[in-house]
Ligand binder design. Structure first.
Ligand SMILES: [Zn+2]
Length: 412
């Protein structure tokens, strides 16, 4: 342990706050919103900068083209002996800035003011990505002996279908990962749980008819009313079946889209033939997607029985992302908790991730133990005037470096 602490001191001497800030600014200034209609509306420009930076720092770099213009960048450093791979993960895409006039600071300006760095992606999550890059580089600069590999994975499309993470975990490099730190903005809390999610499409079929003769048709809008009316009860039943999570609270079943008619022109005197609902379901550990889908289907059968002639179909729109949980005893959790104590001289704070991340894919599709930890207020992502506290940003980088030293030197 003493040697690990000494190694941390050595590494931290090569980790400079200014550099973390400057690299974050550089990344924020490259807009990387995915806009399928714009030729440069993707992650390629920021990925190029990440790859070039890593190469200059002595990393071996592999660029994986996930889809045209959307490259994953993976960089790694080999230790002196064989051992597990510790991966720091960040995504290079950001969500839209919305209306720039609503911002007090230019969304791509990366302006520093009162100890904060402002811009789209400052928190979610170019700050975390830059912190991890500098931390990993400092391990090399400090010339500490370690076993295994330090890896940096800068992946595309987290804000969309997570195709970057899905692609990565299937490649030989992805399969080599022993544990991962997901650098999402969680105000430097160690998050061992993440909520899961799926979206259900509930298609309601009735029979088209004249508004003057409703008895001649089956009105899908009335069926929608029944279904919606019963959803809060379904949510309560689901909640009773799972233990309450200290960090994530309870599962949610929320209708988000309601549409009728589904096709054709809406007219005052026409009962449409069909309607559609979308339901957003948030999962917690202990509630699997299958259980929740089954509950939505059961409600569909009960509603059909009340409305003769109606037909209700339930399907998930994308593959569900289950909730995740890793135990505190997991080596990567212990290494990071140790790193936080050494760097901050405080006990680590624990928390939970309200949404799913690329880490969800790492854990559920590849069995990689993850812990989510990164700089930035949990609620700030996707808002205007997104920002990260510089002190938190630098603290994250230092904690990452210490965690890497601990995780990889425990085995050297
Ligand atoms: Zn994110």
């Amino acid at each position: 342990m003493r040697t690990a602490k000494k190694a941390v001191t050595q590494v931290l001497a090569h980790l400079h706050a200014d550099e973390v800030v400057a690299l974050t600014q550089r990344l924020v200034r490259i807009p990387s919103v995915f806009r399928p209609s714009a030729p440069d509306g993707n992650e390629s420009a920021v990925a190029r900068v990440v790859a070039e930076w890593l190469r200059q720092e002595g990393f071996t770099v592999e660029v994986q083209e996930v889809s045209p213009g959307r490259p994953n960048v993976i960089g790694w450093l080999e230790g002196a002996a064989s051992g597990p791979t510790l991966c720091f993960e960040g995504h290079t895409d950001v969500v839209t800035e919305g209306d720039p006039r609503e911002w007090r600071h230019a969304p791509w300006g990366a302006v520093l003011e009162d100890g904060r760095l402002y811009g789209r992606g400052a928190a979610d999550m170019k700050g975390g990505l830059a912190a991890a890059m500098v931390a990993a580089a400092a391990v090399r600069r400090g010339r500490v002996r370690f076993a295994g590999r330090v890896m940096l994975a800068a992946l595309v499309d987290e804000e969309g279908g997570m195709t970057g993470a899905r692609h990565f975990v299937r490649t030989p490099l992805g399969r080599s990962v022993g544990a991962a730190i997901i650098c999402e903005p969680e105000q430097n809390e160690l998050c061992l749980e993440q909520k899961g999610v799926f979206w259900a499409r509930v298609a309601i079929h009735g029979r088209m008819a004249h508004g003057a003769m409703p008895y001649a048709g089956v009105n899908p809008i009335a069926v929608v009313g029944s279904y919606l009316h019963a959803l809060p009860g379904l949510e309560r039943r689901i909640r009773r079946g799972v233990p309450r999570s200290r960090f994530l609270g309870v599962p949610h079943v929320t209708p988000t889209i309601c549409q009728a008619p589904v096709a054709g022109v809406a007219q005052n005197n026409v009962i449409p033939s069909s309607a559609e609902l979308r339901v957003d379901v948030r999962l917690v550990p202990g509630l699997g997607p299958d259980t929740a889908v089954a509950a939505l289907e059961e409600l569909a059968r009960a509603t059909e029985a009340r409305w003769p002639g109606s037909k209700i179909e339930v399907e998930t729109i994308e593959p569900p992302r289950p909730a995740t949980r890793v135990p505190r005893s997991e080596p990567v959790v212990r290494a990071l908790a140790w790193g936080v104590r050494v760097v901050t001289e405080r006990r680590p704070r624990f928390g939970g991730v309200p949404g799913s991340t690329d880490g969800t894919i790492f854990l559920t599709e590849a069995g990689i133990p993850i812990v989510t930890f990164g700089p930035g207020d949990r609620e700030i992502p996707h808002q205007v005037d997104e920002h990260v506290e510089v002190s938190e940003l630098v603290e994250a980088a230092r904690c990452y470096a210490a965690a890497a030293v601990r995780f990889l030197s425990a085995r050297a």
